[in-house]
Design a protein around this ligand. Structure first.
Ligand code: KIV
Ligand code: ZN
Length: 525
């Protein structure tokens, strides 16, 4: 296949149904707050996905409220909510999505015997009846109803055909075929899609969608095979996050359709220049780092190591690249670099180009932080700006702020950290702790001051850019009362970045459990 063989994509579209906020949030260890979900929803809207599955309203009051907030605020795309095939779920889902400009109810029910017998403890006829009844109930609320026969790829095809047909009869306008446990192989999955079209007499009344999991690393391949076989909606998550090994990655599906327009003859409505930025946002807010060699959005996706490749690229980009980095929103030919002489206007112009919409209050903080960073490290590139913006944008109330951190450490000394925090009502408290290293000592001091029991379950540090003066970006995960909270911090000093990350995670914990704010330390300073 050569570039000359490529023909522009034809008019027919594949709809992108993004489920980062629902299936993606089911990734182990991820718990997004309502403000964070709204921020991701806005980014998805900016990226022009066709559908945002905003949550599973019956699953918790918090999920319900987030779906309501997204439905009210994100008006440019269809907002879907998930519901089991039970009346309470369907009604709760409607109560949440009804605020949307374009609402959708997504009903699901298992169709494999293994689920029907062992999980639902019912028989096939009872399950058919539940599906029919609840799709019809959803239809009374909302004209746009999607139905998913869960675990379809491990089910008897005849039963799946019957289920689909009856759900279309009951009012479903989109039929989504989930490969719930990532069991399918692309050829076989494509064939299953063809069989559905041949054996379900009323299938022409519905749009066919697919939802593929990545247990065998085939979620994207299966989704693409399904598109070749006639599916016109694909369910995806940014960075491929989701239950277990995750879902089909949005950026991979979208860029495969775009890059191989010659083969698919299709297009999506996604503004691909938003991909990089949305990937960063999702990674920061979920605390799930993107592996460097991840297709499209990994740090190495557009880097060339071998001399032969570098030589080729300098002559003609296409020698070793099938995608132009600018198409996913990365600048090319070296990023634009700012320095301490850059003014507020220059910084604002670059942030605008990167797609950030920030308030003037946020801009004040970003500009101050930019000046401080530029003093320390000279040149500031787009990756530094991404880290700065996510640091200075408040997605969670800052009950505690780091005011001072001093550490002493070394191979022949006990590590000691002095920490001063600004806490509730602007009060300051200071303490000193020792530990096995400077991070341990700082964490003991911070935990002593905040006084909320928690356990550190993950700690990771990454350099934002190359070089000894790079900012370190620390991501932590803490657990408290069975819930996990992610925190992030960036600084040229990784002990400071570590302290900021823990404080960020604690602020998230406090946003979720405000009663934990009444720590004795702050009651009796
Ligand atoms: O994986 C799955 O089957 C699902 C359904 C709810 C669509 O997430
Ligand atoms: Zn799923």
């Amino acid at each position: 296949m050569t570039r000359e063989d490529k023909t522009p994509p034809a008019g027919e579209r594949v709809l992108i149904f993004d489920t980062t906020l629902r299936d993606g949030e089911q990734s182990p260890g991820v718990a997004l707050g309502s403000g964070e979900k709204l921020e991701i929803a806005r980014a998805l809207e900016r990226m022009k996905v066709d559908f945002i599955e905003a949550g599973f309203p019956a699953s918790s009051p918090g999920d319900f409220e987030s779906v309501v907030a997204i439905a009210k605020e994100v008006r440019g795309t269809v907002i879907a909510g998930l519901a089991r095939a039970v009346a309470g779920d369907v009604d709760a889902c409607w109560e949440a999505v009804k605020h949307a400009a374009q609402p959708r109810i997504h009903v699901f029910l298992s169709v494999s015997d293994i689920h029907i017998l062992h999980q639902l403890e019912k028989d096939r006829e009872q399950v058919l009846e539940m599906a029919r009844t609840q799709v019809a109930r959803a239809k009374k609320h909302c004209s746009d109803v999607e139905f998913s026969p869960m675990d379809a790829t491990r089910s008897e095809p005849e039963y799946v055909f019957r289920m689909i047909s009856e759900c279309i009869e009951a009012g479903a306008t989109t039929i989504n075929i989930p490969d719930t446990v990532g069991y399918a192989i692309p050829e076989e999955f494509g064939e299953f899609l063809r069989q559905i079209q041949e054996n379900v007499p009323n299938i022409h009344k519905a749009l066919i969608s697919v939802h593929c999991h990545n247990d065998l690393g085939l979620a994207v391949a299966n989704s693409l095979a399904a598109i070749r076989a006639g599916a016109r909606q694909v369910e995806t998550c940014v960075n491929g996050i989701g239950e277990r090994a995750g879902n089909a990655s949005l950026e991979e599906v979208v860029m495969a359709i775009k890059t191989r327009g010659d083969l698919f003859g299709l297009s999506t409505n996604v503004d691909t220049t938003q991909i990089h930025r949305t990937s960063r946002l999702v990674s920061q807010l979920t605390g799930m780092s993107v592996q460097p060699n991840k297709a499209i959005v990994g740090a190495n996706a557009f880097r060339h190591q071998s001399g032969i490749h570098q030589h080729g690229i300098t002559k003609l980009r296409e020698t070793y690249e099938i995608i132009d980095a600018r198409d996913i929103g990365l600048s090319r030919g070296g990023m634009i670099v700012l320095n301490k002489n850059s003014g507020r206007h220059g910084l604002k112009a670059r942030l605008d180009e990167l797609g950030y919409e920030i308030t003037s209050e946020e801009m004040d903080r970003v500009f101050l932080a930019f000046k401080e960073l530029a003093d320390k490290k000279g040149e500031i590139d787009d990756r530094d700006l991404d880290a700065l913006v996510s640091e200075e944008r408040r997605t969670v109330e800052e009950v505690y702020k780091l005011d001072l951190l001093q550490v002493s450490c070394g191979n022949q000394a006990m590590s000691t950290a002095k920490v001063r925090l600004i806490g509730p009502e602007g009060r300051e408290t200071t303490t000193t702790s020792t530990g096995t290293g400077p991070v341990d000592a700082s964490y003991r001091a911070i935990n002593g001051l905040v006084g909320v029991p928690n356990q550190l379950i993950e700690y990771a540090v990454n350099a934002v850019t190359e070089g000894i003066d790079a900012q370190g970006e620390v991501t932590v995960r803490i657990e408290s009362d069975g819930r996990t909270f992610v925190g992030r911090g960036a600084d040229t000093d990784i002990v400071v970045a570590s302290a900021k990350a823990l404080i960020n995670a604690l602020n998230r914990l406090l946003a979720h459990s405000p009663q934990a704010r009444d720590s004795e330390v702050w009651a009796n300073p």
